[in-house]
Design a protein around this ligand. Structure first.
Ligand code: CA2
Length: 162
């Protein structure tokens, strides 16, 4: 029979490992729930849910979470909720069209502690003029544009090398 002390120390060690696991949150903004369903020539043909599973299978030692909303306030609430969590290593944010319109989003990112890496699937600078300005970029830790859906993977990597 195992000593209760050995059992206690094993549980403590597992808890310690869990605590040390890096936690990265991916946030997608408006219309990104349509990925893989329309406009494959711009945004590819994969749904984000399928791609997220690939990321989870690749980064087994990370705690990855995915959140999507079409509502500006819900995106702000999520950033506030995790932005002060000591266990959150970083946020990967594709704010969709709110990137080009939302001062509130910029203020939320500037107001939290957790670093945010901005991702865009398309190269917004090759597209319409109104997509060239980002309220997020000046307060982001880094920006990744135009590498397709694998930009999210590059953003995760950026938190692992930093
Ligand atoms: O390139 C990106 O990742 C964008 O953030 C995507 C946004 C766009 O407003 C930004 O300027 C650039 C749009 C997301 C819409 O996604 C769709 C996906 C499939 C079908 C329709 C929309």
């Amino acid at each position: 029979m195992k000593s209760p002390y050995i059992k206690f120390f094993r549980i403590m060690s597992i808890e310690k490992q869990c605590f040390k696991m890096k936690y990265i949150l991916i946030i997608n903004g408006p219309n990104l729930n349509l990925l893989g369903k329309r406009e494959p020539e711009v945004y590819g043909s994969q749904t984000f849910e399928d791609y997220f599973q690939i990321l989870c299978d690749k980064y087994t030692t990370l705690k990855l979470e995915y959140f999507q909303s079409n509502h500006e306030g819900a995106l702000l609430d999520k950033i506030h909720a995790v932005g002060f969590a000591p266990d959150c290593t970083g946020i990967v944010l594709n704010a969709g069209a709110y990137t080009h319109t939302s001062v509130a989003l910029r203020d939320a990112i500037a107001g939290v502690k957790t670093p945010v890496v901005e991702v865009h699937i398309s190269n917004v600078h090759k597209r319409e003029e109104f997509r060239h300005h980002s309220y997020v970029s000046p307060v982001a830790a880094g920006v990744i544009f135009g590498f397709g859906i694998k930009g999210y993977d590059l953003a995760i990597e950026s938190f692992l090398i930093g």
